[in-house]
Design a protein around this ligand. Sequence first.
Ligand SMILES: NC(=O)c1ccc[n+]([C@@H]2O[C@H](COP(=O)([O-])OP(=O)(O)OC[C@H]3O[C@@H](n4cnc5c(N)ncnc54)[C@H](OP(=O)(O)O)[C@@H]3O)[C@@H](O)[C@H]2O)c1
Length: 323
Amino acid sequence: MKAMAQRTWDPAEVLELVELPTPEPGRGEVRVRVQAIGVNPVDWKMRTSGPLRLAARLIGPKPPVVVGVDFAGVVEAVGPGVTRAAQGDRVVGGTNFARGQRGSYADTVLVREDQLCRVPDAVDIAVAAALPVSGVTAWMAVVDLGRIRQVPPADRRVLVLGASGGVGQLAVQIAKLEGAFVAGVCSTKNVEMVKGLGVDLVLDYNQGDALEQAQPHAPFHVVVDCVGSYSGASCRALLSSRGRHIMVAGDEPSAAVQMLVPPFKSKTILGRPTGARLEPLVAAVAAGDLEVAIAQKLPLTSAEDAHRLSRTGRLTGKLILEP
Ligand SMILES: NC(=O)c1ccc[n+]([C@@H]2O[C@H](COP(=O)([O-])OP(=O)(O)OC[C@H]3O[C@@H](n4cnc5c(N)ncnc54)[C@H](OP(=O)(O)O)[C@@H]3O)[C@@H](O)[C@H]2O)c1
């Protein structure tokens, strides 16, 4: 099998195409021929810092280091005991370093069957590959941690900071599917795109402080921060009494500190994809209720270019790598 990998964990290393032994699936494992890979900021962040880097270094496979989480493709082989996947199935999933697995920047991945979700023929494989980290994080932010279903529809008011990004665009749409009033914050260049997601209100951060613009539309039951540079105190000031400030972005220690600020309305999130968490997302895409804007498709061998683009923080939608 081929993968884009760096030889060591040295942050100065570049990703290069390497040949690795094709893994044989063990009990409960599934080998997937990868057709599309979703790029997430964590893919390049973990090359230099962060908790996932630490976890992968401690308990992940030995170098060469294959980064990446999201993948979609076709089941190539299944191990003994596998009941939920069969050869030829179209599937989507996320790799997991905590299970000793290599990342997804490869033409082949080996995962356990509970990490996979079937992809109906109607769903484009590149769109499926855009869902794992972004979609699961957006769902958890709005539904699980944001607890949108615990309030009556009239109180479902959601503010998404960074509505044009990979996570933000899905958070907006998931909140709309939950019947919420949704306000989305973006720059002038993305106003039309964010309107197209179905928001009720667009707040353009180039026209002045976005949180001040949001003030007349408060209180919000959920403020989803996909940017990380907004003041936690100002976000919490926009919340209803039972509302929550969900910090999708903000990897610095300050995010952990925010959680300790009474009345404990700020929560961080780890959007780890599983087959079960992907199911409602894939179903919503198949039903035409959820769309994913693809910013660009690049060959897997251009992974370094993809990381350069993602690092700008200016993407509108998802980057997809194709092996
Ligand atoms: N906790 C988790 O589990 C988890 C999961 C996924 C992602 N994340 C983190 O969440 C962040 C976003 O990820 P992503 O995949 O959505 O990134 P992305 O696709 O690169 O999107 C970044 C978006 O943010 C917008 N933006 C930048 N500055 C902004 C501002 N001041 N106000 C409003 N929007 C702004 C950009 O649009 P403009 O160019 O128009 O500003 C761009 O569309 C990253 O830090 C990532 O590491 C965390």
